[in-house]
Ligand binder design. Structure first.
Ligand code: SAM
Length: 285
């Protein structure tokens, strides 16, 4: 089955909507947007419906079944500006492509070997491999979901080294789910935590929807402080200091009520008008 998580995928859709309605970034989106891994396509379909944006978006989905389901969802929504293609996002990234913006909720599960049953969600040894590849494509604007369990500091530094500045971000808590609790993923998250590359608390971790704008090569950003990136780094590393998901298991179980996963709201987070979702946001503009 294609990946769709009511909390995470909905949050991704809200981040995409925020990008589509940004007047400041609008000129950079005019050539179109390419998406890595639409999954069911629901997040972007809903973002397009809510925003009314006419920007053309092409989603590349590796998984054949997901691509079929996504194409049906797009056809059903009667959106003329969203297309889902089955294939590898990176193979499709020809330099001649017109789109200068990439978006996605890329695979971010860290594990040493490809996790059985969740291979399409594998983000390499530190979980950030796919996100780093997207940030190495030299797009002008990149919106990616990044997780505090997947070397967030290294990833923010990679973006900076690739010439990006943080333009906008939203953060919200994500409860641990079945995928992150699989033994090979759990073990790896613990190892990353012990070396200061994964941050989580009793109930889960933090997920950020980060929009970067490319301002040039490493030299262009070298002397320039990126305050938004600094704040983002501080927030993601404050997600918690547990070293093992086992430490968190007892508390996390209390968050499951009637079989439904619920996100607890961490203190200090302020609520936006959508009261079901607690988020922090920032802008580097
Ligand atoms: C975490 S899921 C996100 C799905 C959806 N965007 C959502 O948020 O609900 C990641 C998706 O990326 C797809 N994927 C992984 N690597 C890919 C690649 N190189 N090219 C295209 N799709 C890829 C997976 O098959 C999966 O559907």
């Amino acid at each position: 089955m294609p990946f769709f998580d009511p909390i995470e995928s909905t949050f991704y859709g809200h981040c995409v909507e925020r990008l589509l309605t940004s007047t400041e970034l609008a000129p950079m989106l005019a050539g179109g947007i390419v998406e890595i891994g639409p999954g069911t396509a629901r997040p972007v379909v809903e973002a397009l419906q809510r925003s009314g944006s006419r920007v053309p978006i092409t989603g590349y989905e590796l998984d054949a079944e997901a691509a079929r389901i996504a194409s049906r969802a797009v056809a059903g929504a009667q959106l003329g500006n969203y297309t889902v293609v089955q294939g590898d996002f990176f193979a499709a990234s020809a330099p001649a492509r017109q789109a200068r913006c990439a978006i996605g909720n890329p695979p971010y599960l860290p594990a040493i070997v490809r996790p059985v049953g969740a291979s399409h969600l594998w983000g390499g040894h530190d979980g950030a491999h796919v996100a780093r590849r997207v940030l190495s494509q030299e797009m002008d604007v990149v919106l990616l979901m990044i997780a505090s369990i997947s070397d967030p500091v290294g990833l923010v530094e990679h973006a900076r080294a690739a010439g990006y500045r943080v333009a906008d971000w939203l953060v919200r808590p994500i409860p641990f789910g079945g995928y992150s609790r699989q033994p090979w993923v759990r073990r790896r998250i613990g190892e990353l935590a012990r070396s200061g590359r994964a941050f989580f608390g009793p109930e889960g971790y933090l997920l950020a929807g980060v929009t970067w704008v490319r301002v040039g090569g490493p030299i262009a950003v070298a002397g320039e402080p990126d305050h938004a990136a600094t704040v983002l780094r501080r927030i993601l590393t404050a997600a918690g200091s547990a070293h093992d998901l086992d430490e968190t298991a007892g508390v996390a179980r209390t968050t499951t009520v009637d079989g439904r996963r619920r996100a607890r709201i961490a203190s200090g987070h302020h609520e936006l008008p959508d009261r079901s979702v607690s988020r922090l946001s920032g802008s580097g503009a």
